[in-house]
Write a protein that binds this ligand. Structure first.
Ligand SMILES: *[C@@H]1O[C@H](CO)[C@@H](O)[C@H](O)[C@H]1NC(C)=O
Ligand SMILES: *[C@@H]1O[C@H](CO)[C@@H](O)[C@H](O)[C@H]1NC(C)=O
Ligand SMILES: *[C@@H]1O[C@H](CO)[C@@H](O)[C@H](O)[C@H]1NC(C)=O
Length: 465
């Protein structure tokens, strides 16, 4: 009976199966972790592990897909959180304290695993863990909502499986398109503080979500990557499809060296565009988040697209992260590689408005039926919205949820159908201090667009289901 319910109604299952329903504003907490765990080849990793024999084991079974044939057995404890789980594998010795240099080559260092991206695609929730430290078993992972959704802190499963997931060096965020493909940028970089290692060229990587096979690895051209540290800033990708699937475009913001890389699938070619609006605002670069004070200079961070307009192109809204301003440009401009040499190129971009003090934002996402953009705001520990039919100014921004602890550094936000999915990960405390592993540090929330915007300034143009 319970099984039938979660086959029939996934959303209902998400609401009812966490023993306790936790909310934040009009958002619902779907998952939360003190620290991440992984479920790899039938083994649940609950604490540090030195060897890679889990990978070797999968090499001997290389033709097997974990998520299609390796369902946990009826009797397994997959639906219980790590808090209650008896580990299937246990370390025989406690891992000693090691300094970062001594962590090289280790398979799993639990503390170093900080989730960054979240995206729901049907039953799967893709969760990325960029390699900014040693000891990350897999950078792209997923949770099956129907199988793992009953736990508050489910273990991550490497995508597509541990052996093939190891071909990706480091991924910040994924984005699925309307053609059943999952896009990402593999920065190719092990971003170890003080010891960054470019282990393969940065590339766009695409998976077919029905066969879970990689269908493209497009290494960027040297002209796309102006500096050795450029790959550190290739943290998101936005896919634009207005025609056949093989005519897709992708836009990759470069937040570190302030540019935007455009990829044309039809031409299998890329080019870089630049504009002053891609730079950070020096007056908005001072942050105080989760008790840490720091200055950042991150430029263009997130691009979100409207529906196509009369000319067949979309409006691309974008913002630098160290900024409270929003800008826009037509995708007709981005798609035309020869325009940037024109004398009036500067004027093809527009200043949209200022979102208000403390509104510095990582990702934002446009919801087509309501014309509302949702923002993950790191400056105010908040999720906010703006109806694009209104002027962009602080009075037209509504704060939908705000919490210094449970919404500290919302690192990803994605609109999927009529849902808004959010990850928050307390990143500044991880980077500048130390996470308290006895507390919840990583959260995933989901909100329903109509619920979120009703009664706010964002719902001036109502839409109905
Ligand atoms: C589950 O447990 C039952 C009863 O203990 C046992 O008969 C059955 O073989 C187990 N199934 C699996 C797949 O291990
Ligand atoms: C696209 O270009 C990359 C190299 O630039 C190449 O590896 C790949 O095979 C090409 N893909 C197609 C479909 O032509
Ligand atoms: C790109 O823009 C130039 C200048 O407006 C124009 O001449 C050219 O036809 C455009 N190219 C495409 C492919 O639209």
């Amino acid at each position: 009976m319970i099984k039938l319910v979660h086959i029939v109604c996934l959303s209902l299952m998400l609401v009812t199966t966490n023993q306790q329903q936790r909310t934040l504003g009009k958002f619902q907490e779907i998952f939360a972790w003190k620290q991440l765990t992984y479920y790899i080849n039938g083994i649940q990793l609950l604490q540090d592990r030195f060897s890679e024999d889990i990978v070797d084991r999968s090499k001997r079974q290389a033709d097997r897909l974990i998520f299609s044939d390796d369902l946990p057995s009826e009797n397994s404890t997959w639906n219980e959180g790590p808090d209650n789980d008896r580990p299937i594998w246990q370390a025989t010795t406690q891992s000693p304290f090691v300094n970062p240099d001594e962590e090289a080559g280790r398979f799993f260092i639990q503390y170093n695993n900080l989730p960054m991206g979240v995206e729901r695609v049907a039953d799967r929730l893709f969760i990325t863990v960029p390699r900014r430290r040693y000891g990350i078993p897999s950078t792209v992972n997923y949770i099956s909502l129907s199988r793992d959704g009953r736990s508050r802190s489910p273990a991550l499963r490497p995508y597509p499986d541990i052996a093939r997931a190891r071909s990706l060096a480091s991924v910040y965020r994924t984005r699925a398109d309307t053609c059943g493909r999952l896009w990402m940028v593999d920065t190719g970089l092990m971003e170890i503080p003080g010891n960054p290692q470019q282990i393969q060229p940065p590339a766009i990587v695409i998976y077919d979500l029905s066969t879970n096979t990689q269908i493209l690895r497009y290494p960027f051209k040297s002209t796309d990557i102006p500096a050795a540290n450029t790959p550190t800033g290739l943290a998101s990708i936005t896919v634009d499809i207005t025609g056949p699937c093989d005519e897709a475009f992708a836009y990759v913001p470069d937040l570190t060296t302030y540019g935007l890389i455009v990829y044309s699938m039809l031409d299998n070619n890329s080019w870089r565009v630049t504009h002053n609006y891609f730079h950070f605002n020096p007056l908005a670069g001072n942050f105080r988040i989760s008790g840490e004070n720091f200055q950042w200079s991150d430029g263009i961070f997130s691009i979100t697209l409207t529906e196509p307009e009369a000319d067949g192109c979309r409006t691309a809204y974008f913002h630098p992260m160290a900024s409270t301003q929003e800008f826009s440009v037509s995708t007709c401009v981005l798609k035309n590689s020869s325009l940037s040499s024109m004398s009036d190129y500067y004027r093809l971009y527009s200043y949209v408005g200022n979102r208000g003090e403390g509104s510095q934002s990582t990702m934002h996402g446009y919801h087509a039926r309501s014309s509302v953009i949702f923002f993950a705001e790191i400056g105010r520990d908040a999720i906010s919205c703006w109806n694009t039919g209104t002027a962009l100014n602080p009075a037209n921004i509504a704060i939908l949820a705000r919490d210094r602890q449970r919404l500290s550094y919302p690192s990803d936000l994605h609109v999927s159908n009529d849902e808004v999915w959010v990850m928050s990960n307390t990143l500044p405390r991880f980077g500048y201090s130390r996470l308290d592993t006895n507390e919840y540090n990583f959260y995933i929330y989901r909100g329903i667009v109509n619920d979120l915007i009703s009664g706010t300034v964002c719902s001036t143009l109502p839409f109905y289901n």
